[in-house]
Design a protein around this ligand. Structure first.
Ligand SMILES: NCc1[nH]cc(CCC(=O)O)c1CC(=O)O
Length: 311
């Protein structure tokens, strides 16, 4: 298929949310495309799209509709041609895309770990008995309560600055963020990375994915040039695992695949929302069989879960 590279008068329109992290991810995507095709910045336009999820800051995500709230408006803009590609945090993406769209390009993955952030306490293990910590993530909440039932977890939303202010105001002694977000923003907030053995990250944490219209030859060819193969193999396993678990915002699910020589090593954990039970497991298989590995691990964990497990 033939296509013409973008020019200042026919730019490639890059759609993104307006948060500082989303903008950093869109800028990284543009920089990689500029380098791969020796194009000037003016051959790209970064188009900020307002999404419902960003405009509602005072409610828990699970109460206002979950993951789709951050993607629906962006996918509509792709479908109607307002933008040509959309840059996403893969952690926030539903496992299936609408008809006509394709999400198969990944940038090299950042640090996958969660960060423990506290102005007062040095590390997760040092939290005093009964400490109040802030998190709006069902997964982190369930994982924390499973290992430390004494902790009190309070709702914490908003950007990094908002959360740091809440910590300064004494609303909680610690909070949790993705290392990837802090690294991409170049932020230092006394973060300490948590070993995945202690807190297994969310599926796709630290990965940026780029979505496009099926049949757009220009976008397809350009994205192929910046795709990171190893990240794609890892995400294939993690997303197949999530899909088989029917993961939604309501379900505490963790999962992480790493490449180990010729193998993919996939770990998973599912939890009761209140942390009173957790089921964990892991599987190894050839790197190219990620999707089968993901489905198999999900089936294994589901097979151990009682009917009422997800509450
Ligand atoms: N759910 C919000 C979200 N989506 C992606 C990231 C961080 C970056 C990433 O994991 O790629 C975050 C914030 C956080 O968990 O601290």
């Amino acid at each position: 298929m033939t296509y013409a590279l973008p020019t200042p008068s026919e730019p490639l329109n890059i759609g993104t949310r307006g948060s500082p992290l989303a903008l950093a991810q869109a800028h990284e995507t543009r920089a990689r495309l500029m380098a791969a095709f020796h194009l000037p910045e003016a051959a790209f336009a970064i188009v900020v799209i307002k999404v419902t999820g960003d405009q509602i800051q005072d409610k828990a995500l699970k109460d206002i509709g979950g993951k789709g709230l951050f993607t629906r408006e962006i996918e509509d803009a792709l479908l109607d041609g307002h933008i040509d590609i959309a840059v996403h945090s893969m952690k926030d993406m539903p496992t299936l895309q609408p008809d006509g769209l394709c999400l198969d390009t990944y940038l090299p993955r950042e640090d996958v770990r969660d960060a423990f952030v506290s102005p007062l306490v040095g590390a997760l293990a040092d939290l005093p008995q009964g400490a109040v910590v802030g998190s709006s993530s069902l997964r982190r909440r369930a994982q924390l309560l499973h290992r430390r039932p004494d902790l009190q977890v309070v709702e914490f939303r908003g950007n990094v600055q908002t959360r740091m202010k809440k910590l300064g105001d004494g609303v909680a002694v610690a909070t949790f963020l993705a290392m990837a977000g802090l690294n991409r923003l170049g932020m230092q907030v006394s973060q300490v990375a948590i070993d995945p053995e202690d807190m297994l990250p969310a599926v796709a944490q630290g990965a940026i994915g780029i979505e496009r219209r099926i049949g757009d030859a220009r976008a397809e060819a350009m994205l192929a040039a910046i795709h990171d193969g190893p990240t794609g193999l890892r995400l294939a396993a993690e997303r197949a695992y999530l899909l088989r678990l029917d993961g939604s915002c309501q379900t505490p699910i963790a999962g992480l695949a790493v490449i180990d020589g010729a193998d993919l090593w996939l770990r998973g954990e599912i939890l009761r929302p209140d942390g009173t039970a957790a089921i964990a497991g892991d599987l190894r298989g050839p790197v190219a069989d990620g999707a089968a590995l993901g489905q198999a691990l999900a089936a294994e964990l589901l097979g151990q879960a009682p009917a009422d497990f997800f509450g």
